[in-house]
Design a binder for this molecule. Sequence first.
Ligand code: GLC
Ligand code: MG
Length: 581
Amino acid sequence: MKAVYLLPFVVALCLGNAITSRKEKDLEWWESTIFYQIYPRSFADSDGDGIGDLNGITSKLEYIKEIGVGAIWLSPMFQSPMYDFGYDISDFYAVHDEYGTMEDFEALTKRAEELGIKVVLDLVPNHSSNESEWFQKALEGDEKYYNYFVWEDAIIDEDGNRQPPNNWLSHFRGSAWEYREEVGKYYLHQFVVGQPDLNYRNPDVVAEMENVVRFWLERGVAGFRVDAVNCLFEVDKNLHGGQYPDEPLSGAVGVSLDDHDSLDHIYTKNQNETYYVVYDWRDVLDEFKARDGLTRVMMTEVYASIQDVVKYFGEGDRKGAQMPFNFDLITDVDASSSAGDIKRAIDKFLTYKPLDKDANWVVGNHDNSRMATRYGSSLVDGINMIILLLPGVGVTYMGEELGLVDGYVSWEDTVDPSGCNTNDPINYGKWSRDPERTPFQWNAEKNAGFSTADKTWLPVAEGYETLNVEVQRAAERSHLKLYQALAALRQDRVFRHGRFESLALNQDVFAFRRWYKGEVYLVVVNMRDVEHDVNLTYFENVSGDVKVVLRSIQSQKNEGDKFPAASLPLAGFESLVLKVK
Ligand code: GLC
Ligand code: MG
């Protein structure tokens, strides 16, 4: 046969392949699931001490399964004196005693595996606790451990008084330097005094943290969320005459001079060296993958410019995190945002991420006011539709499936250092992270079913009698039921592989289209308590009728109802998933 006859065939074959490789590559477990963040202290208390624990989590894994989640990430459950509620780790290789034992952890991972749920831990590499053996040994003059930390000489002022080496500030207010008599120097703590920064210019520290990573991977975890990773390195002081330079003022308005935001953190954040440490961790994760074929994931916690955030994906042939957290839906928008603002916030990550990497969508965590509080309870379904049906990985902070709101925590009950360090019984609420950490709401019983204790570590939020899992399970329609339906729908090939386009249909109505091989879905979210009639034919290839697939709980429409795409009536705050064809 002459080659020319083969040509059309070959061309067709090549085209076919090109399309397959772009759109239909098999998704890995982490790309199609939902990651559900559990704050262990607040999820479920099994032993009645008012504090959540590992056995509590294990007892609720079936609930996780029931809502359609395939992976949990646990905020730190390592040994800690709890000055920053677990982010100050005194033993990176042990389970915190209030939370249980290593056996309890093994039971948790075993049950999770039976249910097909992956477990991801929080890696806190930037600092240890001042009660860690490492820091204690450093104080005793052990050179190896002294070099684990960042020490500087005092500056003696004109009056002969000792002053911190420079103006650097803690995230939790005041100087980032603390003097230790035993050593005769200041140590750096970018967070609370009890969180001395580790020195990443010391290869021993790098090796130690890799060891921590391996230790927990050996115990079956599927990866790590990496805490405050853009704080790992401080500027190389040798480039500044051997002294850490002051940071310039940020010029932020209405911010006091002891507030972290008052400085521009050019010397303590986002230093170039950071990325290579992250890429090295990825190599360790991939080493484990090479053993058994299971991809271990890394999610990095970085609040920075989008240009810096996407560097965590990798560089050239160095791989980095699969999920540099995308916080734009926390930091850039809220209840007051217009549909255009939402569109811009969503498009941002999609625009900057490398084409062959996945986006991820986060609307809440233990450091930020809860999603239902920030966006308003009426938008809970709309926001869950957005984060679960956009292209990429969905992340849920525990309770978002129910629309849990921030609890009120009085000054007397406030325990978060970010609130306490304000020393301001009136305005502490602006900084305290306790409200988003109040106990999970399981049912209408004592302490919302979280604990049998007389006092829980934080008070249970008001209104739990009607806002809880049991009520929403029993209801015909609820945020929980909708969440489950969305979790199932996101497994559809259109949401797994389909393309994406978004529009602000007007000031108030945000919408996006997902399509794949002739199938088309639309998600429409009315962000205001105002009725609208919207024309969906502004989307290409949308005409004729659209059919209701899922609707927010305030919608009067029924599943299966049809409306002309050119004129869809929307009630206030109504959100819909529609099928076009
Ligand atoms: C991260 C954590 C936060 C903690 C801080 C210090 O931002 O999410 O809760 O206080 O790091 O570890
Ligand atoms: Mg307990």
